[in-house]
Design a protein around this ligand. Structure first.
Ligand SMILES: Cc1cc2nc3c(=O)[nH]c(=O)nc-3n(C[C@H](O)[C@H](O)[C@H](O)COP(=O)(O)OP(=O)(O)OC[C@H]3O[C@@H](n4cnc5c(N)ncnc54)[C@H](O)[C@@H]3O)c2cc1C
Length: 401
């Protein structure tokens, strides 16, 4: 199999690089360099996403008729790789990557007319309301109640682990509309304006992001929240179909660009740190671990090239996206563990990222933020469907077990 890019693809790669060089400005670079998650601030994200929109690159996964760039899968792969290699954050996924394909397939004409342009231009920030206390992997057990009150719907209950809900304008939610024998039945998919009376966002403070409002996750409470009936997407009680369709777009990202960037950081630390008077990078057992992970990252990159190269326009990856997610996140964790080991004592000072704070870090620049990144990366094998669930999917859908 030929993994080399064609001349046109290489020219496209250069165009992406030169765009990132100028559009991803100094303020954004400074914010992402300090952030351990790639998150900057709401304003900087919107500025960045609007620049991508102006270039016509905000929604690589959309069909051309809705404003997508009409790229091949290889171009999309190159674009994602170059963005992660440069440390430029991908647009917040909930609107453009997740909700938009659902609206295109199941939304009413009015929903498409109103919401798709707003997502395209980053005028509305979306949050994802799937998980609930007690309903994560077993998502179909969800309980957020939605009653048909004649001229409106009424929501009562809560959603949890809702990423960046504190910044969101709207949230899409899976809600319980009827208790039927199969839990997947009786679920509906609705849209809710976060400014609606009765919606409350409580921060969840985690060890890596210990200061509100710059935390990553939240619990969102809905108390007698009235939403218009036109906010139902798809059919009443048939929201599971929309839910599953959305999940196809939540996974299937390339990881190798970010992994290579992480390995660069490890190499930088291991060249600066010494052991017995020698740079750590030359110490045999460390060098062996580094080489092992580099080889696995290379294997991940080839797997990504193989899977993305095989897709035809308009196709999704299906169950193989579980393979990318599982291995990609395992490697993310392995790379940050290696960085922790390389940083030695310098991993101990803990400098949480708080936008706008200007305190000097007590450790050298090369090992700054290592512990927080390590802690933050523990999430990746849990969110977007835990890795155990990805293994179950592959066992059934790929291996036929
Ligand atoms: C940082 C972060 C951000 C998130 N953002 C969002 C968001 O924006 N919106 C949203 O809706 N949700 C979000 N989530 C929630 C995420 O989708 C859930 O955490 C995830 O689905 C796991 O659910 P749970 O936490 O309830 O764990 P559980 O489902 O209770 O799982 C606990 C453990 O049991 C294992 N397990 C469960 N069932 C099985 C099984 N059948 N076979 C084998 N092992 C199993 C799991 O793998 C896991 O190790 C986020 C989570 C995190 C950590």
């Amino acid at each position: 199999m030929d993994f080399a890019f064609s001349q046109d693809e290489l020219a496209f790669r250069d165009e992406v690089r030169s765009f990132i060089d100028t559009a991803f400005d100094a303020e954004m670079r400074a914010a992402t360099a300090k952030s351990r998650t790639g998150f900057m601030t709401r304003d900087l994200h919107i500025r960045w996403q609007k620049r991508l929109y102006e270039k016509g690159w905000a929604v690589p996964n959309w069909p051309k008729e809705h404003g997508g760039p009409g790229w091949t899968h290889v171009q999309r792969y190159i674009y994602d790789q170059e963005m992660t290699l440069a440390g430029a954050p991908a647009p917040i996924a909930f609107g453009p990557r997740m909700l938009a394909p659902v609206l295109m397939k199941f939304g009413t004409e009015q929903q498409k007319r109103y919401h798709l342009p707003a997502i395209l231009k980053s005028d509305i920030w979306w949050a994802q309301g799937y998980s609930e206390p007690g309903s994560g992997s077993d998502l179909a057990s969800l309980q957020l109640k939605c009653e048909d009150k004649g001229d409106h719907f009424l929501l009562n209950g809560s959603k949890i682990w809702t990423s960046y809900a504190q910044f969101a304008d709207w949230i899409f939610c899976l809600v319980r509309t009827e208790k039927l024998s199969r839990p997947q039945e009786g679920i509906s998919f609705v849209l809710c304006d976060m400014k609606t009376p009765g919606v409350k966002v409580d921060p969840i403070i985690t060890i890596d992001a210990p200061v509100a409002p710059f935390q990553e996750v939240n619990q969102v409470f809905f108390t007698d929240v009235k939403i218009p009936k036109e906010n139902l997407v798809g059919e009443w009680n048939k929201g599971w179909t929309c839910a599953k369709y959305l999940l196809e777009f939540e996974r299937g990202n390339p990881y190798s660009g970010g992994l290579k960037r992480g390995l660069e950081k490890v190499r930088k630390i291991a060249k600066a740190e010494t052991i017995d008077g020698q740079p750590l990078i030359r110490e045999p057992s460390f060098a062996r671990r580094l080489a092992q992970i580099e080889t696995e990252v290379m294997a991940q990159e080839f797997t990504e090239l193989r899977l993305f190269g095989r897709l035809k326009a308009g196709q999704n990856m299906g169950a193989e996206s579980s393979l990318l997610k599982m291995r990609g996140t395992e490697l993310q964790q392995a790379v940050t563990e290696l960085a922790m080991d390389a940083a030695g004592y310098y991993k101990v000072p803990f400098t949480p990222y708080i936008p706008g704070r200007n305190e000097e870090s007590p450790v050298p620049e090369y090992s700054d933020g290592v512990a927080q990144k390590f802690l933050n990366t523990r999430k990746t094998s849990i969110y977007a469907g835990s890795n155990e669930i990805q293994r179950n999917i592959m066992a059934k859908a790929i291996l036929g077990l």
